[in-house]
Design a protein around this ligand. Structure first.
Ligand code: SAH
Length: 357
């Protein structure tokens, strides 16, 4: 049986007409699905028992559910979602004074194999359907209201997975979250983070309507980057730079780079210099990220190196932010997703390769 949320508005409409139902029913059903974000046919309380039954007899309703949750001492809360096929993914709520940011997953596992990331070590299992990304928002939004007294203000596609390798579902989920017929959020409040998939960045640049883009760079030195981010092999840094240039020319936007500081790996002044020269063709903002412990040989940079790195970039007139991580005590911080969840297996595996730098 097909899942009801596979159907477009017109398909729902055609289905109902076939059974002699009125067209406005399709609108009601579509609203229940995508504006109100309900999770079962029985919640559609203005369409009558008979139509509910008709839907129930003809379609499934694959709704994700919250299975586990861990609250950090800083109130960051990590949720484990169970999908209809029992696969698990994770999402995180990060409250600050004025906002609540939701971090959502786009794939079960990840194919990128970044050496420093826990999700990378579990490998790729499958893409998420757009309704599964949408469900994370809906369920997290309920929790946000319950715990923090306000709904989600910002969404980052920075959980498990590589969003640009699940392009169609990611874009469809953003469409449903931003359209007036759906949740109606502003696309400016949504940011997508990529390990640097060139084709995806170009595709994104060509869209009229797009979320914010952040690129996980972590090193601008090709020899180093390929060791920590194997994605570099098929998405080399020079070609990535061209794609980013294209993105900037098309959109006029400043480029956000995430740069994880790893002790002795990418945190020297020479690394900062290579980064600065890589960024020359476009305006950038560099978000320096503290390393969060995973089962990998890496360590966080010393405070001294961090400060020197920042000073160097600032001396080149670059915009730099140091991002202190949150949710570390519950393994909800960047790169820690899938670690220490009681229900998952394989999250604490040994790194796939030892660095030879
Ligand atoms: N695949 C996407 C989105 C998921 S990762 C991407 O690569 O951007 C979200 C961010 O967390 C990325 O910048 C990633 O490089 C970073 N990250 C991964 N492991 C980390 C760790 N152990 N500590 C801190 N940040 C990490």
């Amino acid at each position: 049986m097909k899942d009801i949320r596979e159907l477009s508005f017109n398909e729902i409409s055609d289905f109902l007409l076939q059974y002699g139902e009125k067209k406005f029913r399709a609108k009601q059903i579509y609203e229940w699905l995508w504006r109100k974000g309900i999770g079962s046919f029985s919640e559609m309380n203005n369409i009558g028992q008979q139509v509910q039954q008709l839907l129930n007899d003809n379609f499934t309703f694959h709704r994700a559910s919250i299975d586990v949750e861990h609250k950090s001492s800083d109130k960051t809360t990590k949720f484990g979602f169970r999908l209809h096929d029992n696969k698990m993914i994770e999402g995180v709520l990060i409250p600050t004074k004025e906002r609540v940011t939701a971090c959502v997953s786009t794939q079960v596992g990840c194919a990128m194999h970044c050496a420093f990331c826990a999700t990378g070590q579990m490998g790729f299992i499958r893409n998420l359907h757009y309704s599964e990304i949408f469900d994370q928002y809906i369920l997290l939004n309920h929790k946000s209201i319950e715990y923090f007294g306000q709904g989600i203000t910002n969404i980052v596609y920075m959980g498990m997975g590589e969003p640009l390798l699940n392009f169609a579902n990611v874009m469809k989920s953003i469409d449903l979250l931003t359209t007036k017929d759906g949740i109606g959020l502003s696309p400016q409040r949504i940011t997508l983070s990529t390990a640097g998939i060139i084709e995806g960045i170009r595709k994104l640049a060509d869209l009229d309507f797009r979320p914010g883009l952040a690129i996980s760079l972590h090193s601008a030195d090709p020899k180093k980057r390929i060791h920590i981010m194997p994605v570099t092999e098929h998405n080399p840094l020079d070609k990535l730079q061209e794609a980013i240039k294209y993105y900037h020319e098309k959109t006029g936007e400043r480029i956000t780079f995430e740069y994880l500081l790893l002790n002795g790996i990418n945190d020297s002044l020479r690394d900062a210099e290579i980064l600065a020269s890589y960024c020359r063709p476009f305006p950038v903002k560099i978000n320096l990220i503290e390393f969060n412990a995973t089962d990998s040989p890496f360590q966080r940079s010393s405070e001294e190196n961090v400060q020197k790195f920042i000073q160097f970039l600032e001396s080149r007139n670059m915009v730099v932010n140091l991002r202190r991580s949150r949710g570390k005590d519950i393994a909800a911080a960047c790169g820690q997703l899938i670690k220490n969840f009681p229900s998952d297996k394989g999250g604490n595996s040994v790194p796939l390769f030892v660095l030879l730098l």
